[in-house]
Design a protein around this ligand. Structure first.
Ligand code: PMT
Length: 409
């Protein structure tokens, strides 16, 4: 972790580690949490001990590791009820499908599941499992049940799995878990506000197998959706094709092309207080979409393109327009291009980021923004996208309240 700056440090974190190859990432998680001056106590399930030894976590956390529900020595020192009362946060990472199932149904047959039942602090889980196990309806039902009971879920991410399969189920990266866990408590600055956020890339088909797209992963837009929900907003997320799980309470509308995104945005924008265009929308689409796969025939090829609607400019031109925030992704002359888009698209604010060079921008967990509005600007320094999203939303709430004081909820 580079320069993570959290408002809240010195937390007492009870970290439950379940069996899974992702347990090795939890060792790094302990290190990051301690760097934030958190006290960490680790509980390992029996399966977790097949992957790492308690000694590893003892060395990293500086505390004895708890493994047994009934342990005469540990009961004296810190029994399960004591442990549960000690914690400010119970974090289970990796959380296996088995432990999630036990939590969802109130089973308490080992130390970790018993601690969950005994805990009265906030509980977070970072699931990790094979992609088929993740998609199994019973796992999803268990998670939905846990969410209803107030358990907060981080990830999982998608990608190559230890078993060689591809898909959802990789535990989120330790830095991302740390970022979400220790994010400053979000003030309800958007309580009662209706927000629409566009996220991810669009895909413009050429034929049934090919499309034109870009490198957006959706991480920035999804982080904004999560932070807006934490700030009290009612969120509609219009998402291009990404490999991320949307916040459970967001209204998610999935699209592929810029035209579909345009229709989804315009179809749901009525009554929105704020529109944030974080999506990387293709400016052009192929004029013609071939019904069959295009064959390799000539040495050179040409693709005729036509312009897509500028979604954000249309939103900003609506008679009853919301507060409109654009993003500008630039490889050069960031300020000039961004402020040009602010003016030409008639936006209320624009968040500009460098792309295609160094840290931040596309597909990174971190980013930095230069934010401009008519008559003002602010730099938001490089940090993880969750923190950055919360900072940008605070700025939006301030500007919105200045602009429409009468409409403060
Ligand atoms: O998704 P990540 O991997 O996390 O990366 C985040 C990001 C770099 C994609 C994000 O931070 C970002 O910059 N998003 C906007 C990217 C972009 O398309 O910028 P632009 O300068 O081309 O467009 C300017 C604004 O107009 C944007 O708000 C865009 O959503 C909007 N637009 C553009 C074209 C179009 N046809 N319709 C639009 O609404």
């Amino acid at each position: 972790m580079h320069n993570l700056r959290y408002a809240i440090i010195n937390k007492r974190i009870l970290l439950g580690v379940c069996g899974g190859i992702a347990a090795y990432k939890s060792a790094e998680l302990v290190r990051l949490l301690r760097k934030q001056h958190c006290q960490v106590r680790v509980i390992m399930t029996r399966a977790a001990q097949q992957f790492l030894t308690p000694l590893t976590f003892q060395a990293l956390s500086g505390n004895p590791v708890h493994t047994e529900l009934f342990d005469a020595e540990q009961e004296q020192a810190m029994g399960h009820i004591h442990l549960a009362r000690w914690a400010d946060i119970l974090l289970i990472a990796p959380a296996s499908a088995n432990t999630l199932a036990k939590m969802a149904h109130g089973l308490a047959d080992d130390l970790l599941s018993t601690l969950y039942l005994a805990a009265d602090c906030p509980v977070w889980v970072a699931p990790a499992m094979n992609q088929a196990m993740w998609h199994k309806p019973v796992t999803q039902d268990n998670l939905a049940r846990l969410r209803r009971h107030g358990v907060r879920v981080i990830g999982p991410a998608t990608g190559e799995q230890a078993c060689g399969e591809q898909g959802f189920g990789r535990m989120s990266e330790p830095e991302q878990i740390c970022g979400q866990l220790l994010a400053p408590p979000t003030q309800p600055v958007l309580q009662g506000r209706k927000l629409m956020i566009s996220a991810g890339p669009t895909r413009e088909p050429l034929d049934p197998v090919r499309f034109i797209s870009n490198r957006s992963s959706g991480k920035m837009g999804y982080a904004l959706a999560e932070a807006a929900i934490r700030a009290g907003a009612d969120v509609t997320l219009i998402s291009g094709p990404v490999n991320l799980s949307a916040p459970a309470t967001a209204k998610l509308i999935k699209v592929e092309t810029a035209l579909q995104m345009y229709e989804a945005v315009i179809g749901h924008i009525a009554d929105c207080d704020i529109y944030i265009g974080a999506a990387a929308v293709a400016d052009y689409r192929p004029t013609q979409v071939e019904a069959r796969k295009i064959k390799k025939q000539h040495e050179h090829g040409m693709i005729a393109l036509e312009k897509n609607p500028d979604i954000i400019a249309v939103v900003a031109g609506l008679p009853d327009k919301p507060f409109v925030v654009g993003f500008a992704a630039e490889t050069d002359d960031l300020e000039n291009y961004a402020t040009g888009k602010l003016r030409n698209k008639n936006l209320d604010m624009i968040a500009a980021n460098w792309v295609g060079q160094g840290e931040g921008g596309f597909d990174s967990d971190r980013n930095a923004l230069q934010v401009y509005w008519p008559g003002g600007k602010k730099n938001l320094a490089m940090t993880d996208k969750q923190q950055l999203a919360a900072q940008l939303l605070n700025l939006i709430a301030e500007r919105l309240n200045e602009k429409n004081p009468a409409q403060n909820p």
